[in-house]
Design a protein around this ligand. Sequence first.
Ligand SMILES: Cc1ncc(COP(=O)(O)O)c(C=O)c1O
Length: 456
Amino acid sequence: MVSHLRDKEEEESISDEQSLYLFNTWWRQRGWGRPVRIVDAEGVFLKEGSGRKILDFSSQLMCSNLGHKNRSVIEAIAAQVKSVPFMSPAFALEVRANAAKSLSEILPRGIDKLLFSTSGSEANEAALGIVRHFQRSRGAYKIISRYASYHGSTAGAISCTGDPRRLGAEPAGKIPGVVFAPDCYCYRCPFRLSYPECDVACAEYVRYLVENEGNVAGMIVEPIVGTNGVIVPVDEYLPRLKRIAEEFSLVFVADEVMAGWGRTGTWFSFEHWGVVPDIITTAKGSTGAYAPLGITAVRRDIAEEAENTGFTHGHTYEAHPISLAAVPAVISEFRRMDLLNHVRRLGGYMKRRLEELKEAHPSVGDVRGKGLFWALELTKDRSRRLPFNTRADKAKGLQLMADRIASEMYRWGVYQHAWINHLVIAPPLIITESEIDIGIEALDKALRISDQNMAA
Ligand SMILES: Cc1ncc(COP(=O)(O)O)c(C=O)c1O
């Protein structure tokens, strides 16, 4: 058999076996088809089985912040695999102390009692448990979240998720006591108001919610909403939410799973507004995405509540040495490459290039973001801000315009994450201007599809 035919057959059989044996998560199972086989990845590029190079314009699931195959992080993980690859969390290991110490250098002072799990969902699940445990003497148990949010797939985290992924868990898989507040989403303000005349009604409504609900224990927010639109709040929003939390003795949880780890030009996104959360959860970029890790960082006095009452939570693979080995290496790679400054600089370039696309394409309704974290939201009628697709379309499994654009970009050699009516542009933070241009060029070509499908 000619060798390239054999290669193609092997390629297809690997893809077919994957779709036969693995669940295709968050997706209808039928129609997964043949996932593309990747054989290598380096820097900001993936390499397909065919040898074609693909620019990663979304850091996979907005997690490969250091790019692919960062040598220092890989070496740190490999050294740990060779020394102590696993030991029960009950034992002390140097790798655990080192990870905690290096995290304490980038976390706000005093938010440094840590639980290490293996995902963002688990980091949030633990945070919710801690909030409720801490507030139980007040009888408070309710958690405020928002509709434009994703907090994970475990019971508590999916119950706090506002996006349609929650619907699949209803009613049986949900925990009681989650209330949703309005989003600080100026492009589609839930109150149909405009900033600044609105006086940030979305934050003020939270006060009303807390007063009228009663028994509210805490709130969980993505300071910059990720998958659900890279929504950057107006400047007053987070400080005002924090003030409301303090006024009513609520625990304020910042979910930095996606927006953390330099994505917006600071270690964590809440830093842009000088707000200090009570609990910080994070995951994704913490290991460069080379090993699974969830981190729940808790304010000391909240954590001390457990000194007498116990801490009824834990996992077999909690504080896993292999994952923790990556953390100090990731932090020192950020410092060596001066990545936070790089992200701030390139963020300005990305903004300019995306705004040019908005000028050129009538189907671009909004571009927004910070650092290297951007959304491009589509519209089929700019003056009425009509979306091409809604959450209901997603739930029905219809073909979505944003997905069509992402597929077209892939044809042009760029991997792009799409969600309902927008694209999430979040390349590895090591990207250069000329690599950004490759992504923008593919986007420019793909947006012709939405331009050609505007409302009459
Ligand atoms: C903001 C946010 N929180 C939590 C999660 C859940 O993280 P994981 O998928 O690691 O469980 C995600 C995942 O995308 C996320 O974006």
